[in-house]
Design a protein around this ligand. Sequence first.
Ligand SMILES: *[C@@H]1O[C@H](CO)[C@@H](O)[C@H](O)[C@H]1NC(C)=O
Ligand SMILES: *[C@@H]1O[C@H](CO)[C@@H](O)[C@H](O)[C@H]1NC(C)=O
Ligand SMILES: *[C@@H]1O[C@H](CO)[C@@H](O)[C@H](O)[C@H]1NC(C)=O
Ligand SMILES: *[C@@H]1O[C@H](CO)[C@@H](O)[C@H](O)[C@H]1NC(C)=O
Length: 616
Amino acid sequence: MAKMLVRMKALMLLTGIFFMLYFGLQPLTEMVEQKPLVSYPEEVVFVNTSECHIAGPLRSAAFKCAIEPINKMRCRKKQLTIAVTKGGNNFLVTQKVAKDLHCKYWLKSARDSLNNKYLDKGHFDLESKSSKEIKMGTGQQIVRIKCLNNLNETKYHDVHYFLPSPDPDLKPEINPGKLSVMVLGIDSISHMHFYRYFPFVKGFLLNLPHTNFYGYSRVGLDAYANLMPFLSGLSANEVDRELLAKEEAFLWQNFKTGGYSTAYGEDNAQGILTHKNGEWGSSRHPIDFDLTPVMMEIDNHTRYSIDLKEMIHCTAGRTYQQVLKEFILNLIPHMQESPFFSFFWHSQGVQEYYEYGGHLDLTYMLLLKKLLDANVLNNTLVLLMSDHGLRAGTYRMSFQGMKEESQPLMVAIYPEWLKEKYPLAMENFEKNAHSLITPYDLHDTLLDVISLDLLQDASIESRMNSLKSYPAKKMPRGISLFLPIPEHRTCDLAHIPSLFCFCRDLTEVPTDDGLVLRCSRFLVESINKLIKPFEKCHQLKLQMVLQAHFLDFGEESFVYELRLRVRTNPGNGIFEATVRLSDVLLLTSPISRVNHFLSQSYCVSDPGLKLFCSCI
Ligand SMILES: *[C@@H]1O[C@H](CO)[C@@H](O)[C@H](O)[C@H]1NC(C)=O
Ligand SMILES: *[C@@H]1O[C@H](CO)[C@@H](O)[C@H](O)[C@H]1NC(C)=O
Ligand SMILES: *[C@@H]1O[C@H](CO)[C@@H](O)[C@H](O)[C@H]1NC(C)=O
Ligand SMILES: *[C@@H]1O[C@H](CO)[C@@H](O)[C@H](O)[C@H]1NC(C)=O
C-alpha cells in the first residue's frame, strides 16, 4: 500500500512537471515555429551589372566536421600569471597556486626584435595560497616565465607582452582632420560564410554606419597573393625581394609618413606576409607596435596544440587568437590618442575548419562593442575582411565551395560624420556595395584616407571626370572606392584572373572530351616542369579529369578557356587551373591545390613546393 502511494505520488509529480513544462514552454515553441514575417530570399545577389552577375545561395554546401568538437577545444594548461602595467611600470601578477613553484624569467625589449638578447633574467618563488606582483621594468617588453615544482617538472611556461598606455602628460594634439584605419582580418572567410554564421556581428552592425562590399573578389591564390596588392598596390609577382627589403613599399610607411602611429599583429609566428620570395619582416621600422617578436618567442618556447591536426595553438591558458585579442585591446588607449593605422590578422582554426568561423561570431561582436564603447569607432574606418574563402577540404570540393573561395568577406564600418563631411565621396562608396572590386581598389581607397582633403566634393568631381575619360576597354587597375566603379568593369579590367572569376556562367563540358584531356595533360605537365629540379618529388601522372568547365568571355571575344579539376598520382593530389586554347596551350592562372597534402610532402620545406610534391 505504502509502495503504491509512493508510486502514485511520483507519477503525479512527473505529470505535474510534464504539464508545467508542456504549457510553460508552449509560447516558446510557438515563437520558434512561427513563420518569419518577411520571407527570406533563397540567394544573395552580389554583383548584377551588364558584365557580371554573381549570386550566392543562403544555404551552406555540405561539409564534414572535424573529428573532434571544435567548440569544446580549450587550452589545457593554467594561466598562472598576467601582465599589468601601472604608473609606467610593468608587473607580473601571479595567481594562487596549490604547491610551491620556483620560477625563472627572461626579459627582452619588444622594440628591438632583431636583437635576440635578453635584457635581464631573474627568478622568484610562487608560494601556495598567496598571490603577488613582481616588478619587471618599463616600456614595451617581452617576458618569458618558466616555473618548476619540487620535482623539477615544468608546471608553467608562458610569454607576456607589456604594452604600456601612452604617457598622460605627453598628450599629443589629436588631429581632428584625420581618420584612423583598422584592418580586422579573418582568414578564409567568404562573404556567404559570414552571412550565414555571424548573426551577432551582423546584428551589431545594424546600429553602425557600414557598407557590405558584396562584389569583393580575390586576385590571387593565397593570403600573400591577396594581401600584397592590398598593402602595396602591387601584384605578388611585382613585389620582389628588393622591394620587400624596402619597408616604404607598404601601407605602414604611407600612414607613418601621414602622421599616424602604426601596429601589426597576427595570431601566428610565421605571418602571412612571410613568403618564400622575400624576407619581409627583417626591417619594420614604420611599425610602432609589432606583435611578431612576441609570437615568435611563444612559438619557439611555449607553444602546444589542442587539435588533432595541430593547427590551433596555445601558450599556457591562452590561444594564439586570445594573445592577438589582448594586443588589440591593449592598443585602445593609443588609438584614442593619435591617428592610428593597425593591421590585425587572425588565421588559426579558420584556415582549417569550416565550422570554426561560427564560433568567432560572439568574440568579434564583443571586440567591436569594446571599440564602440571606447569611442574608437567614431574616429576609425574599420575593414572587417578576409583574403579568400576556405581553400581546401570537403567544403571546397563542391561547386559552391569553389565559388565562395573567390568571394571573401569585406565590410567597411565608418563614423557617421564622414557622410556629412564628404557627401559625394561617401555616396560613391556606398553605391559600390555591389560593384566588382579587388584588393587593388582597397589600397587606393586607404591612400585617399591618409589625405582626406582628396574626398572634398570638388576634388571627387574632378576625379570622377578623369575616370570617365578612359576609353571603354581601359581603366586603372585600382580605383578608390570613393569614386564610382565603372559599370562595365570586367574581371579582365579589374585584373582578376579567370580562375577566380565567376562573373559569367560556367558551362560544364564532358570530362572525356578530347580537348579537355589534352588541356588536362598539359596542366599536369606544367606541374611536372615546376617540380623537375627536385629529385625527391615524384613526377605526376594524370589519373582522372574530375571536372571541366568552359569559360565564356562574351560574344565578341575570341578567347576560349577551360577551367579544369584533375586528380594526379602518385599522391592523389587534386589541382585546379585555367588553360587558354589558342595555337599553343597556355596556363592563365596559378595552379591551386584543393585537397590537403598532409604528410606526403615531408621531404621539402618550401610551402609553394609542398603543394605539388609527393615525396619518393
Ligand atoms: C539584374 O539586373 C537586370 C538588368 O538590370 C535586372 O533585370 C534584374 O532584375 C537584376 N537582378 C537582380 C536579382 O537584381
Ligand atoms: C632540480 O634541478 C636542480 C638544478 O638542475 C638540481 O640541483 C636539483 O637537484 C634537482 N632536483 C630534483 C628533485 O631533481
Ligand atoms: C626561434 O628559434 C629559432 C631556431 O630554433 C631561432 O633561429 C630564432 O632566433 C628564435 N627566435 C626567437 C625570437 O627566439
Ligand atoms: C564623433 O566625432 C565627431 C567629429 O569629430 C564629433 O563631432 C562627435 O562629437 C563625436 N562623437 C562622440 C560620441 O564622441
